[in-house]
Design a protein around this ligand. Structure first.
Ligand code: NI
Length: 184
């Protein structure tokens, strides 16, 4: 079990699409455990594998620290694919451990249907229209090499640009381990 450095905006791996997993071996199980340690250490709700430097198609989340979701269990999603989006959308503020200090309101479909596999590579389908649906879309975006800031309109993008440049230059205060500039 280990806390890994989190990749930041500007790290190339965050702009590469994730690769499907065909076998869950000890290395992948260690990666998943380390992802939970890393996410909890940074007080995050969700984390994608490329945020700890892996190309694998995995994301995790744990919403038990969120009011109203205390009883929700930590979850692992392998080879996830969103197969359906609701027509209805909602605007909610988002943040991201790879974009420290950046917060912005993002419009997304309210609900999703997600096809994914568990650590035994058994297929599952999850349908949700709550906070889960929001976190799923945010983390799924990471595996498609997309940041929530990519979904902002021109004005929104302009507002976060300066801060993003400071993140690339590591000129921001961050309370958890992150990659060194230019290492990923
Ligand atoms: Ni994120």
């Amino acid at each position: 079990m280990a806390v890994l450095p989190i990749t930041l905006y500007g790290d190339k791996i965050l702009k590469k699409k994730a690769i499907r997993i065909s076998k869950v071996d000890a290395k992948i199980l260690t990666l998943i455990n380390d992802m939970f340690d890393t996410m909890h250490n940074a007080d995050g709700m969700g984390l994608a594998a490329n945020q700890v430097g892996s190309h694998k198609s995995i994301f995790i989340f744990d919403l038990s620290s969120v009011k109203g979701f205390e009883k929700s269990k930590p979850m692992v999603f392998i080879n996830p694919k969103i197969v359906e989006y609701s027509e209805e959308t909602r605007i909610l503020e988002e943040g991201c451990l790879s974009l420290p200090g950046v917060r912005a309101k993002v419009e997304r479909p309210t609900g999703v249907k997600l096809l994914y596999q568990d650590i035994d590579l058994k297929d599952h389908m999850l349908e949700d229209d709550d906070l889960f649906a929001r976190v799923i879309q945010h983390e799924y975006d990471h595996l498609q090499a997309t940041f929530f800031t990519d979904r902002l309109d021109d004005e929104g993008k302009k507002m976060v640009k300066k801060l993003l440049l400071r993140i690339i230059a590591r000129k921001v205060e961050i309370e958890y381990p992150v990659t060194d500039k230019g290492t990923m």
